[in-house]
Design a protein around this ligand. Sequence first.
Ligand SMILES: NC(=O)c1ccc[n+]([C@@H]2O[C@H](COP(=O)([O-])OP(=O)(O)OC[C@H]3O[C@@H](n4cnc5c(N)ncnc54)[C@H](OP(=O)(O)O)[C@@H]3O)[C@@H](O)[C@H]2O)c1
Length: 294
Amino acid sequence: MTVKKVLLTGSNGQLARALHKNFPKNHNLVALSKEDFDISNMTHVEKYLKKNKFDLIINSAAYTNVDSAEDYPRLATLVNKFGSQNLSKASSGMCPIIHISTDYVFNGRKKTPYLEDDETDPINNYGKSKLDGELEISSHNPERIIIRTSWLFSEFGNNFLDTILRISKEKNLINIVSDQYGGPTSVNDLSLAIIFIAEEIFAEKKISWGTYHFSGYPYTSWKEFAQEIVKCAYKYNLLPQLTDVRGIKTEEYITKATRPRSSMLDNSKIYNEFSIKPSNWKEELNRILKSYGN
Ligand SMILES: NC(=O)c1ccc[n+]([C@@H]2O[C@H](COP(=O)([O-])OP(=O)(O)OC[C@H]3O[C@@H](n4cnc5c(N)ncnc54)[C@H](OP(=O)(O)O)[C@@H]3O)[C@@H](O)[C@H]2O)c1
């Protein structure tokens, strides 16, 4: 197969780092950080993509600080909406784009897992800016795959896994919300799903462009996720004690941004279309924490 040239944005982020690690080395992956390639800078994006031609763009750049987006909604919009618009417009007619979105486009009131066609209704500024981004991607580039994911965790920095490890080293008891549900998603798994779709695009298979959900299973609560992290970290000697994880209600944990009660995403569409299935998040958690122990 011929070498394909792929642009990866937001290269210092956790998803981008996993993509960088896993991307087949027979392709030319150009991974650019915010400093090299600011997706919100329209002039720069246009100029760069006029000069440099790609076979695929993977947009993993985003403004991801959910609580800060309540204070700085314009910044979140600049990156998540207008950054997506810039990439989508500049890539249209040149190459397909794979764009990453979030469960936070939903209000979280549905009792069963969300399907791709369910009504969107974000309840915080981050979710609104990400939904705007999806709409921008869809309106300018028909050759787009939008993947909504949830509760990302990895060995690459800032995420719930890190936070729980850090605070449970310091405390014997931690309080974690037990009435919000979702699928913790391994960033490694997500990167492999993206790579699989990229290869289908390169092989010029018939692609059903559009929106797909990809999130880890089984669904759980933040509290159970934290309990599993503690149990697993203790097993690999990463904690001096089995920290007690106590469940609290959403109302008892005050944050700037309101979070959806349910972040459960239904994965059937991506499975039916591409035979892609996430692994059990507990296995991925074990893999990561075992590597920390070594
Ligand atoms: N994390 C989750 O739990 C979660 C859940 C659902 C969906 N998602 C989505 O999944 C995708 C990947 O998330 P992630 O966890 O890998 O995020 P991340 O670790 O925060 O990475 C995002 C990267 O984008 C960069 N960035 C910010 N503004 C930019 C700009 N204007 N131009 C270029 N790059 C910019 C950031 O740089 P700085 O750090 O220097 O600002 C960061 O390196 C995002 O679209 C996110 O919305 C994440």
